[in-house]
Design a protein around this ligand. Structure first.
Ligand SMILES: N[C@@H](CCC(=O)N[C@@H](CS)C(=O)NCC(=O)O)C(=O)O
Length: 209
């Protein structure tokens, strides 16, 4: 049995969609960041780092979107969630590593500067630097999609749901996402996939208050 611990609108959306794509039965357990549920004693037993997502597979816990999405693609090869060619597969993983190590932190800097610096002036600098970096990263994602249906080309892969997280954060953060025409058209294609719209809607119905 697979159980996903997620918070609505957090980066765990990537793994949540990935799981939905597999068609396998799973349980999705809301762990609300707004209520600090990721810091409860019970959750810290699942992920001592106090972060979502976490995927429990028959009692064994896997964390980090890149690892969870790679695992799902490998476990359900018939779903073709990663390219079959080893080099293309590695490029897919490489993009997820970039999302996790560069794009995600750039948004964190812009939205939670108090986590990275002390004092108002230093935090304002971190925030501004983060906003610039996040926007540059979104522009790079836009270029990656230009002329393609999906990030890896013709094939929809686990990288796609991961990129959806940043589009949503861009909208939430007041970035002019509509200016990124390839990224915006791709988002519309994403939302037409029943697996994606179902998962996004299911997260919306979770009360965060
Ligand atoms: N690199 C990790 C990032 C995990 C992460 O930072 N998750 C955030 C939500 S987007 C979180 O749980 N934050 C809670 C906190 O920092 O207290 C991954 O991709 O899984």
């Amino acid at each position: 049995m697979m159980t996903l611990y997620f918070s609505p609108g957090a980066c765990s959306l990537a793994s949540h969609i990935g799981l939905e794509e597999t068609g396998a039965p799973y349980e999705a357990k809301p762990t609300l960041l707004a209520k600090q549920q990721q810091k409860t004693e019970a959750y810290l037993k699942i992920n001592p780092r106090g972060k979502v997502p976490a995927l429990s597979v028959d009692g064994k816990v896997l964390v980090e979107n890149t690892a969870i999405l790679t695992y799902l693609a490998k476990r359900f090869p018939e779903k073709k969630l990663m390219p079959a060619d080893p080099l293309e597969e590695a490029r897919c993983i490489s993009t997820m590593c970039w999302f996790s190590s560069i794009v995600h932190p750039s948004y964190q800097h812009s939205s939670r500067p108090e986590r990275f610096a002390e004092g108002e002036a230093a935090q304002a600098t971190v925030k501004e630097t983060g906003r610039k970096a996040f926007w540059t990263n979104c522009q790079e994602i836009n270029s990656m999609i230009q002329g393609k249906d999906w990030i890896m080309g013709n094939q929809y892969t686990v990288v796609d749901p991961y990129a959806l997280v940043f589009y949503g954060w861009g909208v939430r953060g007041g970035f002019p996402m509509q200016e990124l025409s390839a990224y915006t058209a791709w988002r519309e294609r994403m939302m037409k996939r029943p697996t994606v719209s179902k998962t996004v809607e299911s997260e919306h119905t979770v009360s965060t208050s």
